[in-house]
Ligand binder design. Structure first.
Ligand SMILES: Cc1cc2nc3c(=O)[nH]c(=O)nc-3n(C[C@H](O)[C@H](O)[C@H](O)COP(=O)(O)OP(=O)(O)OC[C@H]3O[C@@H](n4cnc5c(N)ncnc54)[C@H](O)[C@@H]3O)c2cc1C
Length: 388
């Protein structure tokens, strides 16, 4: 069972391990009955109100019902390797699908490749190709900060490690390792404790953690009095998050450092690709692949984010919907399938702010004299120079 799903379970049967005055830490190395005493969780609430919104962003997730497309096709004398349609998991899977796309490229004799697209999938594919010795040029009609990838909630979706699709699982495993090597302010990748809140401990919880799904780390069920939230229980685990504006810029820099080129150019039809000098093309055009290659399955799932004034002292996530970044506190949680407009959904905006205000207004203020808990300090903004 996925983490997202288990707090939706309404079963009121409390799991004995979760209560009794001390938190229970459960993971692959411990049995569900082991309980570990630990200090109180002390966190700083988010200051959430309409007047603290500094920007709202809207992005269209490039979604395919059967999952991302990874396949090599012939187009006259060219080979086109498709790598698009990552839906709500593109930030998570990109290094992995880029690796698999580079595997396919190795079957080609040329060591010169064109990558279409400069979002997260194009950039990571370019890097994976460069690591194997390819000379890469990225062609894209939009580059960061103007890609869908820049509008992303950008958390590592741990569920992908349990995907029923072997291809997705493989991509997720590669990406999970890769992201861990990028942790730090240079790439804007960091670990955060994530809290999922509820008033019942779902009966499914014990079975779920006992199964020790891959990537479930730092799992802890906090009972009444052990956490600062307004609910009875808070389930904690540790996951990775990304800051797109830092991460994408760093990847562009890497592509250029390793001899790549980035060319701003739009393609209307596959025939336009014929004019490229490269015979090997990796298509990472995201939702653009629908018009460019007529992929029937590809559709948008619109999502909007509301960003509040930064609070560097907030160093945890609340699921679903709140991720702190150095460029603001990101609140989200919308998914409108089939909607192509980038207009702000005002109803959703009120709902998101209202829901989060309720969560954070109900929080206990930080305890004086008790250290703030968490996984280190928030990532500082590195010296990215946008002026050149
Ligand atoms: C609100 C929101 C929250 C999200 N949260 C998460 C999350 O928590 N975790 C996660 O893993 N994912 C998340 N996602 C999904 C993730 O952001 C996407 O899957 C990912 O950004 C897709 O990347 P991409 O490179 O395929 O597409 P894009 O970023 O859209 O890049 C496509 C590139 O192709 C270029 N292009 C397209 N058509 C053409 C053309 N005809 N000619 C030339 N160039 C073209 C574009 O200009 C662009 O450079 C979220 C998305 C949204 C909107």
């Amino acid at each position: 069972m996925h983490r997202r799903a288990f707090f939706k379970t309404s079963g009121s049967a409390a799991v004995a391990l979760a209560v009794g005055g001390c938190a229970s830490r459960i993971g692959p190395q411990t049995t569900p009955t082991q309980a570990v005493r630990r200090r109180l969780v002390n966190l700083v609430p988010v200051e959430c109100s309409m007047d603290r919104i500094i920007r709202t962003t809207v992005g269209l997730r490039p979604t395919r019902k059967s999952g991302f497309l990874l396949r090599a096709d012939r187009l006259d004398d060219k080979t086109v390797i498709h790598n698009f349609g990552h839906g709500s998991e593109g930030m998570t899977l990109s290094w992995g699908t880029g690796f698999l796309a580079a595997d396919l490229a190795m079957a080609h004799t040329d060591r010169r490749a064109a990558v279409i697209g400069c979002g997260i999938v194009g950039l990571t594919s370019a890097r994976q190709l460069q690591r194997r010795g390819f000379d890469v040029t990225i062609y894209a009609m939009a580059v960061p900060p103007n890609t869908t990838s820049n509008m992303s909630g950008a958390n590592f979706e741990r569920d992908t490690l349990e995907s029923p699709s072997e291809q997705t699982r493989r991509a997720a495993e590669i990406a999970y390792r890769e992201h861990q090597l990028l942790v730090g302010s240079g790439y804007g990748v960091r670990w955060l404790n994530v809290y999922t809140l509820g008033n019942d401990v779902p009966a499914a919880f014990a079975a779920w953690v006992a199964a020790a799904p891959p990537g479930l780390v730092g799992a802890l069920m906090l009972g009444p009095g052990e956490h600062p939230f307004g609910t009875k229980y808070a389930f904690q685990n540790s996951q990775m998050s990304f800051e797109p504006s830092i991460y994408l810029d760093a990847l562009m820099r890497d592509v250029l450092t390793f001899g790549g080129r980035i060319v701003v150019r739009a393609f209307e039809t596959p025939r336009d690709l014929m004019a490229l000098p490269e015979r090997l093309i990796v298509n990472c055009s995201g939702l653009g692949a629908k018009a460019l290659f007529g992929d029937d399955e590809l559709h948008p799932v619109k999502g909007q984010l509301h960003v509040l004034v930064p609070q560097p002292e907030v160093n945890y996530r609340v699921s679903p919907g709140m991720t702190p970044r150095s460029d603001g506190i990101v609140l989200g949680g919308t998914a409108e399938a089939g909607v192509w407009t980038l207009d702000v959904n005002e109803e959703a905006k009120k709902r998101i702010i209202g829901r989060n205000a309720a969560v954070f207004n109900a929080m206990r203020p930080p305890l004086v004299g008790v250290p703030i808990t968490g996984l280190g300090t928030p990532a500082p903004v590195p010296g990215v120079d946008r002026s050149s």
